[in-house]
Design a protein around this ligand. Structure first.
Ligand code: SF4
Length: 400
């Protein structure tokens, strides 16, 4: 896509007059609302760089990985921050670093321990990939995070975003980093009138991000943009009056901030009903490990399955445990209904306390990879999907 520049204007950082409402368009000038953003001219770029860097210096949050910018800490923080806000992720980050202070300690830990320290963050493949990558770095790179984009990209779980974040934040290499915050800031700052999910939007944002990156300042500038998105140019009610670059913000001048980013049509979430059994025997509870493929692989769970059309949750549970574990059960009582929304679906989990009709006949695993009988205290040592975690918190008084 050819990039065009704003023509020079007298007012530093202001968009050209032709972008303002009520003035006829000149065909040769860049137009607002034609679907792609325009690169700011050199003067505006310098102004944005200077103001953002100064603002970041004065307003950045005190975050643990910003103390030394160690590559391992930057890597883990960036992976944890995908889909999660700083405030939510901080306790997880601190718990992780206390248990895994270096790359070797992640590589050598049991997988269940790694997953347990990820429990609550979701997208467990990220934790598995961290452990696989930690193993490779320990064996092949003497425990040091590689400093080369191509090598990083070949490691499990390190995509273009994470590789660029590690290189620019840990090593201050001149690479732009475009996360959700940066996309939102750019869509407003440069008035992007296409949805953020459109491929041309991302291309356009990345081109401008490269163009306005001040050489030698990638660490601070990238973080300044992300921090501005997190603290000032927030998804709802951006604090434009406190924004250090408001004079250069095209959608602010055009009165379009509330329409940027252009909203993406919401996808309807599908809903499923599931019946699960907390199977008790001699004071212990049966748990099983999910298979390696499919949804939430290798996490532990209580046995059960989907409620079919026309079936009651109780009937579904009896059928599922007969099919999955080859056991007959007696339902002792309902524990409750747990509702949880995952990224692409909602689940209503009908949970029941139950026991084996024939205690001598042990479950046979038809789909799970492993099972255990554990007491209530031991359950806390195993990683479970979020809806099961809610159920565990309800177990206290609910069991016989
Ligand atoms: S002026 Fe408002 S909309 Fe524009 S970048 Fe700043 S906070 Fe975001």
């Amino acid at each position: 896509m050819p990039q065009r520049s704003f023509p020079n204007t007298k007012t530093l950082g202001s968009p050209p007059l032709s972008l303002l409402p009520g003035r006829p368009r000149n065909r040769n000038e860049p137009q607002a609302g034609d679907g792609l953003m325009k690169r700011p001219d050199a003067r505006t770029t310098v102004s944005i760089q200077g103001k953002l860097l100064k603002w970041f210096q004065d307003h950045q949050r005190d975050l643990p990985w910003r103390m030394h910018y160690r590559p391992y800490e930057v890597w883990i923080s960036e992976v944890m921050l995908q889909q999660t806000q700083v405030r939510t992720m901080l306790p997880y980050y601190e718990r992780w670093m206390a248990r895994f202070p270096d790359i070797r300690s992640v590589a050598e830990a049991p997988e269940d321990t790694v997953l347990k320290h990820w429990e609550g963050l979701g997208y467990y493949n990220r934790a598995r990939n961290i452990q696989r990558t930690a193993g490779i770095i320990t064996r092949e790179f003497q425990g040091e995070v590689p400093r080369d984009y191509k090598t990083l990209r070949n490691l499990p779980g390190i995509g273009p975003y994470t590789a660029s974040a590690i290189l620019s934040l840990a090593f201050n290499e001149d690479r732009p980093v475009v996360d959700g915050n940066v996309k939102r800031v750019f869509s407003r700052l440069f008035d992007l009138s296409t949805v953020l999910t459109a491929p041309e939007s991302l291309r356009s944002i990345e081109e401008i991000a490269r163009a306005i990156l001040p050489p030698g300042r990638a660490r601070s500038f990238n973080q300044a943009l992300m921090e501005l998105g997190a603290l000032v140019c927030t998804p709802r009610s951006p604090r434009c009056l406190h924004c250090p670059i408001r004079e250069a913000c095209v959608s602010q001048v055009l009165g379009l901030v509330s329409q940027r980013p252009v909203p993406t049509p919401a996808k309807a979430l599908s809903s499923i009903e599931v019946a699960v059994g907390v199977l008790v025997s001699n004071g212990r509870i049966f748990i099983q490990k999910r298979p390696a493929g499919g949804l939430m692989p290798l996490l532990w769970e209580f046995p059960g399955g989907k409620v079919k059309k026309g079936e009651t949750p109780e009937a579904a549970l009896v059928r599922e445990l007969r099919e999955e574990l080859e056991v007959q059960i007696q339902i002792l009582g309902k524990i409750g209904v747990i509702r949880h929304s995952y990224t692409s679906f909602r689940v209503a989990l009908h949970a029941f306390a139950c026991r084996l009709r024939d205690e001598a006949r042990l479950p046979v695993l038809r789909s799970a990879t492993e099972s255990k009988w554990v007491n209530r205290e031991e359950i806390a040592d195993f990683p479970f999907p979020a809806a099961n975690q809610k159920l565990i918190r309800m177990l206290g008084a609910a069991l016989p």
